[in-house]
Design a protein around this ligand. Structure first.
Ligand code: MSP
Length: 651
């Protein structure tokens, strides 16, 4: 089966940051997953280089648009290898074949009567590079760029988008997978419930020359979005490449919510006007914020992918973003969160499972995978583990296919947890002490561990390619790893008995907390002292009472609450605990200010102060988060069961 999957093409006026990295890692992981399922995959990314924004930025930098675009296009291209992202094709909208394709399509749509010339007056946002409708404005301003759009009146060419409105509504309604998650599909349908205007697709050369000239009027260049969307066709050789029809029939686009409208409305109607079928699926994700604040250059909190990789390692970065964000919802990056995932999920749960299992195979089975477990030697615990690993494969596959990466990883980590418990309950070091058990039960247990690890290595391949490769190599499966398919894991005994394992590999060295980072609420290490024949301490990841005591939890009474301007997540609370202090809490999507005034909540009282949207916050309000069936989250404040004085210590 073919798969053709794309990222947006990124504007060349900013250096790559966490947001660009996320979309591209998602698309890379999905491509690798599809290959694991046996598909022929084509994965495309690229850069969007024309338009006013780029021309202006180049002028500011004292460069020609071409020089400027070359510099940034190279920066994007150079970023991907650091993130283990391996696109099959990187397109630039300044590539000659793209320019030719755009002109060919403009001529086609013009010849078909869907492009006309007219005078237009409207409100133009330079940041969005499009005319906005009155309805889209918030307090007279563009909600994304927070500036008043300029009234512009000029003659231009228009694409008859309105003609395709009914068709588009029908297509979205009859193809539930066309736009996912559902909230974005609903957003598009709601937008389409109003009459659709035609799309202005040209800019006069008197105003802008950095663009693709219209083939039927050289006094105009092409509007940047009409140019940019066509990259998805150029990259697979529209219209004449022999593989074009096959690839296009499998097209899937990955974007964030900021560019939903061009992808869900302009693009399908443009395709229809060209006489092409629409793409198959549009996957829309939310935004990464940083420490609950919008990531922006002016706030100085932009996260650069290369710096993250230098600190945490590429696989940790990939795992973190895929595990932490529920695809479709916004997520907040913090160094505490990535550190906690690195140390708990990776170094502790997976890394220790791996090293202790291999150490035991080395020690108790002469470093070789034991014989196949015959049905009559399997105990209920073995059968349970096998069943769980098989179910995990189904859940993983289904979740990866529907872009629920966090759920796919949760399913894998459930089996990692089971394997860790299997070691504790079967205590191979005890079995080794009894000659009979050492000959019969011990090889069974060790083989179960090796098979479990092999499955984990295979399914982690798309997310953490280097780690998975290391695991496979250590299990003596390095050569098979490149060609293994998920279907090869059906059945249990996939590892040849006698395969030599390599116990030396360490997957995740622990990363220490950067000095300026406050202590995470989650634990650091707790090294077990004293002698034990067990290779790795079983209580890694737990905290001591002393560590817990360092966190000062108190009851606080909310005496005032208000929404934080320009944030839909934050409430500014004034609490008494017992002295008065301000806490900025990310609860505004779940509580109105009036709902919380007078409540007694629980707070972390000794958290280092931090500024959120410019407001100093002295502490953190505790709340429980619940994952809903549709992937969204519900949040409920933690509170006390009876009357108690504000300021009381919680222990
Ligand atoms: N050039 C257009 C896209 C044309 S596609 C035919 C564009 N470029 S962009 O450089 O602004 O990239 C926008 C995309 O970058 C988002 O849709 C998303 O994929 C990614 N992100 C940028 N900031 C982001 C976050 N803060 N969080 C998550 N992803 C975001 O729009």
């Amino acid at each position: 089966m073919p798969t053709y999957v794309t990222t947006p093409i990124y504007y060349v006026n900013a250096m790559p940051h966490l947001g660009h990295a996320y979309t591209t890692i998602v698309t890379d992981a999905y491509s690798r997953f599809r290959r694991l399922c046996g598909d022929e995959v084509r994965f495309q990314t690229g850069t969007d280089e024309h338009g006013e924004k780029i021309a202006e930025a180049a002028a500011k930098a004292g460069e020609t648009p071409r020089e400027y675009a070359d510099r940034f296009a190279a920066a994007f291209r150079e970023t991907w290898p650091h993130l283990a992202v391996e696109p099959d094709y990187i397109i630039r909208t300044t590539d000659p074949d793209h320019v030719a394709t755009v002109q060919r399509i403009l001529q086609l749509v013009h010849d078909r009567g869907d492009i006309y010339f007219s005078e237009y007056s409207g409100l133009y946002c330079r940041g969005c590079e499009r005319f906005l409708t009155e309805k889209e404005l918030v307090d007279g301003k563009c909600p994304d760029h927070l500036v008043e759009p300029l009234p512009i009146s000029e003659q231009n060419y228009f694409f008859r988008m309105s003609r395709y409105q009914d068709w588009l509504i029908d297509h979205i309604k009859t193809h539930p997978e066309f736009i996912t998650p559902e909230r974005y599909r609903n957003e598009v349908l709601s937008f389409l419930s109003e009459p659709l205007e035609d799309l202005c697709i040209s800019r006069p050369t008197s105003r802008l020359t950095w663009g693709i000239p219209l083939p039927f009027d050289d006094k105009f260049v092409t509007y940047v979005w009409f140019d940019a969307l066509i990259n998805y066709l150029t990259g697979i050789g529209y219209p004449d490449a022999p593989d074009f029809p096959r690839s296009w029939a499998a097209a899937e686009h990955v974007i964030a919510k900021d560019i939903l409208k061009p992808h869900a409305i302009y693009w399908p109607t443009m395709l229809r006007a060209m006489g092409l079928e629409p793409f198959q699926r549009l996957h829309v994700h939310g935004y990464w914020n940083v420490d609950a604040t919008k990531m922006s250059k002016s706030l100085g909190n932009v996260i650069r992918p290369k710096e993250l990789v230098d600190t945490y390692g590429v696989d940790t970065v990939r795992y973190f973003v895929l595990r932490e964000m529920s695809f479709g919802l916004d997520s907040s990056f913090s160094s505490e969160a990535i550190l906690a995932r690195h140390n708990a999920d990776l170094a502790n749960d997976l890394g220790n499972l791996f090293s202790r299992s291999l150490t035991m195979i080395d020690k108790y089975a002469a470093g070789r995978v034991p014989e196949v477990v015959t049905a009559d030697s399997a105990l209920p615990a073995d059968l349970e583990l096998r069943a769980a690993a098989t179910t995990m494969l189904d859940h993983y596959r289904q979740a990866m296919d529907s872009f629920q990466f966090h759920k796919a990883l949760q399913a894998v980590w459930e089996v990692i947890g089971l394997l860790n418990r299997y070691i504790v309950t079967n205590a191979p070091w005890e079995l080794a002490k009894d000659a009979d058990q050492a000959a019969t039960r011990l090889p069974v247990v060790l083989r179960m561990l090796a098979e479990g690890l092999w499955r984990i290595a295979v399914v982690l391949g798309p997310v953490m390619p280097a780690t998975a490769g290391k695991m496979a190599a250590a299990l003596g499966m390095g050569e098979r790893f490149g060609s293994v398919r998920i279907d090869d894991l059906q059945g249990w005994d996939t590892l040849p008995a006698g395969t030599v394992i390599d116990k030396g590999a360490q997957l995740f060295p622990r990363v220490d907390r950067p000095k300026e980072t406050p202590a995470p609420a989650a634990p650091a290490t707790n090294k077990k002292k004293g002698k034990s024949t067990e290779p790795v301490a079983a209580d890694e990841g737990l905290i001591t009472f002393d560590q817990f005591k360092n966190i000062e939890l108190r009851v606080a009474e909310v005496v005032a609450a208000e929404k934080v301007a320009k944030s839909d997540r934050l409430l500014k609370l004034t609490v008494r605990a017992p002295e008065e202090r301000t806490i900025v809490a990310g609860i505004a999507q779940f509580y109105e200010p009036a709902d919380v005034i007078g409540r007694r909540v629980l707070i972390v009282a000794n958290l280092k102060p931090a500024k959120l949207m410019g407001i100093p916050s002295q502490g953190m309000v505790l709340a429980a988060k619940e994952q809903q069936a549709d992937g969204s989250e519900r949040l409920v404040l933690a509170t006390v069961a009876g009357p108690i004085a504000a300021g009381s210590r919680v222990a």
